[in-house]
Design a protein around this ligand. Structure first.
Ligand SMILES: NC(=O)c1ccc[n+]([C@@H]2O[C@H](COP(=O)([O-])OP(=O)(O)OC[C@H]3O[C@@H](n4cnc5c(N)ncnc54)[C@H](O)[C@@H]3O)[C@@H](O)[C@H]2O)c1
Length: 360
């Protein structure tokens, strides 16, 4: 598999966005998040998403150089509309707004509705943690057909609705504080993009992650890519994960005026709409003082001191796998041949004339 330098990937994403008309700031925000996802080990939300963005911009579904607008503002609670702009711009500016409000009020509840794909949600937890804030993010996905079956069902009714919870206090990376712990996960057993990566690499899915059209468990991802789709991803943790996905849909979208997956809302095959409810909390405002970090650390050490279960050689904290991936991938990210081909094709469609000779 080709190993590509993160700087080359970053430049490729930036140059493709420039062809779409993005400002330099927008180019950088998009590239930072996509390459950052690859570096964190989440190829499902890395540069492989770029073709969907090119399609979105060229079809008019994604608004280039758009910014979120405040549609409701009560101080500690506000809602922004993402106007179907780049999720990387919407997420960055909405988190900036939420952090400012949390500094003023001690906490902020901020909704972002109608954004194009906001990518790896951990990126937003990291932005909050870099500002010293704890944060909770509930996200729904709509705009295209559903992918995940509710517990007991065989037909998809929602998407992979991610949830991210981040606690600040980690070491600095590139001069910015990081989360001490961050749980950032799809509510399906695997993220939808991981089915795409399996399909592109010609690999089977992990066992027990997908149902076929008859509702039987399968490891063949191809049904997800048929039109209409056949089969559905399985929610994590049986009724509990299915319940979390339903609540992320209602909190992340319906509660803030965003579209849920119900069929009355607009759908198109490659269209990706994200809505997100974020709760951002300033630890300085809770009265815990320095005790917060000390208490958290004592607890986390206690967690990791657990005697190991059979078959395990360590207890990791949420966020540890991503930190390890960053260390391992700092100088090179594996990107499979199929993804490289799709990236070049998308960049050429965007107008990047030298795309064919890049990424090798
Ligand atoms: N924008 C969207 O529409 C959208 C939709 C779905 C998912 N996503 C993103 O997809 C990404 C991948 O999600 P996923 O569910 O496949 O992630 P995952 O299953 O790889 O990891 C989920 C969480 O578990 C933690 N973890 C993993 N292995 C662990 C271990 N052995 N011990 C302790 N903790 C461990 C990770 O640090 C992470 O916080 C996430 O970044 C998510 O935000 C985005």
């Amino acid at each position: 598999m080709p190993i590509l330098h993160p700087d080359d990937l970053h430049a490729f994403v930036r140059d493709t966005c420039a062809q779409l008309g993005s400002t330099e700031t927008e180019q950088h925000l998009v590239a930072d998040q996509l390459v950052g996802a690859n570096l964190a080990g989440h190829d499902s939300h890395g540069v492989g998403m770029l073709p969907a963005y090119v399609w979105g911009a060229l079809s008019g579904e994604l608004a280039v150089n758009s910014h979120p607008t405040v549609v409701q503002d009560l101080g500690a609670l506000s809602v922004l509309d993402g106007n179907m702009g780049f999720g990387q711009v919407n997420g960055f500016e909405t988190m900036g707004h939420a952090i400012d409000r949390a500094r003023t009020h001690g906490a902020a509840i901020v909704g972002l509705r109608n954004s194009y794909h906001i990518g790896r949600i951990g990126h937003w937890g990291e932005q909050c943690a870099a500002a010293g804030m704890a944060s909770l993010h509930f996200v729904n996905v709509s705009g295209h057909s559903p992918l995940v079956a509710p517990y007991g069902g065989r037909e998809a009714r929602f998407v992979t609705n991610p949830i991210c919870l981040a606690i600040p206090g980690g070491p600095e990376r590139n001069g910015r504080p990081t989360p001490r712990v961050m749980l950032d996960m799809a509510t399906s057993k695997i993220a939808g993009g991981k089915a795409r990566v399996a399909m592109e690499e010609g690999k089977p899915l992990p066992p027990d992650t997908m149902l076929d059209a008859q509702g039987r468990v399968t490891t063949d991802p191809s049904g997800m890519f048929k039109n209409p789709k056949e089969g559905a991803l399985i929610a994590l943790g049986d009724h509990k994960g299915s319940g979390l996905a339903i609540m992320a849909e209602l909190l992340g979208a319906a509660l803030i005026g965003g579209p849920t997956m119900q069929p009355g809302n607009k759908r198109a095959s490659n269209r990706i709409v994200n809505n997100m409810l974020s709760i951002v909390i300033d630890p300085d405002a809770t009265g815990a003082g320095d005790g917060f970090a000390a208490e958290a650390e004592a607890f986390l050490q206690y967690v990791q001191s657990s005697e190991l279960r059979e078959g395990f050689d360590e207890v990791l904290l949420p966020g540890d796998p991503e930190n390890r991936a960053r260390a391992a991938r700092a100088e090179g990210v594996p990107v499979d041949d199929a993804t490289v081909r799709l990236l070049r094709k998308a960049a050429i469609n965007a107008g990047l004339s030298d795309a064919e000779s890049r990424l090798s």
